[in-house]
Structure formats: C-alpha cells, structure tokens
Design a protein around this ligand. Sequence first.
Ligand SMILES: *Cc1c(COP(=O)(O)O)cnc(C)c1O
Length: 398
Amino acid sequence: MMNDFDGEMARRLAALRADGLWRELRRVETPQSPRLRIGGQTLLNFASNDYLGLANDPAVREAAIRAVEQYGAGAGASRLVCGSLAPHHALDEALAAFKGVEAALSFSSGYASALGALGALLGRGDFVILDQRVHASIVDAARLCGAKLRVFNHNDLDSLEARLKWVRAQASARKARALVVTESVFSMDGDHAPLRELAALKERYGAWLMVDEAHAVGLYGARGRGLAAALGVSERIEVQMGTLGKAMGAAGGYLCGSRALVDCLINRARPFLFSTAPVPAAVAAAAAGVRLAQSRTGEERRARLWQNVARLLPAAPARAPTDRSAIIPIRIGDEARALAIADALRAREIFLPAIRYPTVARGAARLRLTVTAAHTPADLDQLQAALDALGLELDPGS
Ligand SMILES: *Cc1c(COP(=O)(O)O)cnc(C)c1O
C-alpha cells in the first residue's frame, strides 16, 4: 500500500518537474534583511515583503522578548476560551486606532483573516464577486463559505457591473447579500485597484466591499494607513483586511471596520473560534510594528523605500504617491525560462526567485522584484548591473 502511495506521489512530482513547477525549501541562515545567507552563499534579497525593514528591527524584537518574559511562550487556548491575553487586546486596539475605525480583530495570519471574514459574512444563497487576480487566501475563502462565486476581469469596472447586474437579477426575490472582494495593491503585479470607482459601483448595486491591503498597509497614506485611506474611501469599505507579516514585520492578519463587524467576527469567524490564539511574542511584535510604521521612523522608512523605487525606475513618469509600487514584476512567461533566469541571477548573488503557477496563471511566470527601505543605493546598483548583464529590463510602466 505505502509503495503505491509513494509511487503515485513520485509520478505527480515528476509531472511538476516536467512543467517547470517544482518547488523546494531553501534554508535561510540569517534574519530577514537585504542580505540572506542561503546554502553557503550570501545573496542580495529582492524577494521579501518586509517593505519597511521591520522584521529584524531592534524595537520589534525587544517587544517580542518582553512579551515572552511577561506572558510566556504559548497562549494556551483560543481567544474565546482563556487565550485572550492583554497583548491581543492591545494589538486590536492599536490596529483600530491606526486604521481610524471603530474596531479591529487580529488573526493568526492574513490567510486566516480571509477565511474568517467570508465565512462569517456569507453563506448559501449569498454571492461573492472576486477580482480575477485576488490572493489565494480569498479564493479559498470564497470556495469555502458556501456563497455563489463569480469572478470579474482584473480591475475592470464594466465586467464587475455585469456581475452585479446578474446577481441583482438572481437575488431580487430573496434577502441574498453580495460581497465584492479586491486588493488595493495586487500582490504579483503591484498595480492598484480603482477603489473610488469600485466603492461607487458597489453602492449603486447595494453590495458590500472588502479590500485586502496586504501590500499597501504601512506603505501608502498618512502614517502608512493604506491605499484606501490615501484615496479617502476607507469609510465606504465594509471590511478592511491586512496582514501583519509584511510591512509590519511580524506575523498575523487583521480585519477591521465597524464594531458590529468585529462582534460578528468574534461570534462567527471559524479560524478565530477554532484555533489557538497567536503566541504573545507574535502579537507584541505586530503591535510594535504598527506603532513603528506610524512613527517618524516609519515616515523615514517610507521615504527611503520610494527613493529606492525611483532609483530603479528613473524612466518612469513622475507618479502620484498613490500610484507608486514597491512590487516590480519582470514578466518572463515560460516557467522553465523563469527558473533559468532566477538561477543566473543567483550566480550573480541576487536572490529573486521565479513566481510560477499556481501563484500566477500558467505561462505568466515572472520574477517578482520587491524593493524595501532597507536596501542601500549600492544594493540597487548591484541588482541593476546583474539585470543589465542578463539583458533584463524593468518595465517603467510597472
Ligand atoms: C500574503 C498575503 C495574504 C496572506 O497573509 P499572511 O499573513 O501571509 O497569511 C493575503 N492577501 C494577500 C494579498 C497577500 O499578499
């Protein structure tokens, strides 16, 4: 029996390899920073989402250490049983103040936040309408929540309106709800959703809107509140989502909005109800990240981040602050070719792994370059030299 099982797995893995889709873990011997020690080699890291360089920041580390000393290593139970420790409450309050909303609820990850939101808000007979390029966590949440799933073309308002019309026709006789979900800054392309227009459209059709700010919080708007805040539409978004593992430098995710939303999540979000609360170190580190992102240090890091982006893309037309992106895709297409280019970059001490299906569509493989505040001008020049040597050009339109 076991041999049959392993034989079947081996066949599946061989098929992945043949398609250029094989993945493997790399052991990183250093903290997150622009230089990673991987497999005996020191590589310049352009793959991290640690946009503000907070993951190994002394203040964030210190907050985690102090939380362990005061509250221990584990949380012991879910928050609704006896695991809702003071640091969890402090994080939720810090998030609500940061985002300027009535209430916020933290989760063990952004992925869990997505599952929690859709499962709590929607059920059989409801409708969920996703932008074609939303993150896998939202796709999985939509499949799991029992609502009818519809997808609109990426950032295409006409396509969304057609789905909303269809839903209205389906739903007219019943009390069905429709939730539109998008990202403010898309994770694999770095482009932005037209949030004002989306808000106007969902209001016209009486739908709700959820926006995932995983790649925007900490980067855009006053004090890094996110792109929705920068565009002045936060109050028209029923559910705001984000992660604490990217620019915030720690781990976890959050949902925020009205007090009623958060009370509903506390009662209905299954990843919140049925999972042990995050460890004190993680939530205290996240709270420190939230505090730092809003501070003068945060402002300085954001300024350096955008200077770094401008150094790599000097030909890009001057952008409004809300149109910039720290995610710069280098589109390759073929999976095997993307892998070969990533290998060639690694030989030049640049870590820029190939992103392939199912993270992006088949035949849409790319190198996903992320710039952070922690990169120095010399780091960026070293990257540019390696890209030049391989004949790779950064698209100034991206
Ligand atoms: C990373 C990411 C998530 C998941 O967040 P985690 O905290 O890593 O689980 C959700 N949405 C988007 C757009 C992401 O990029």
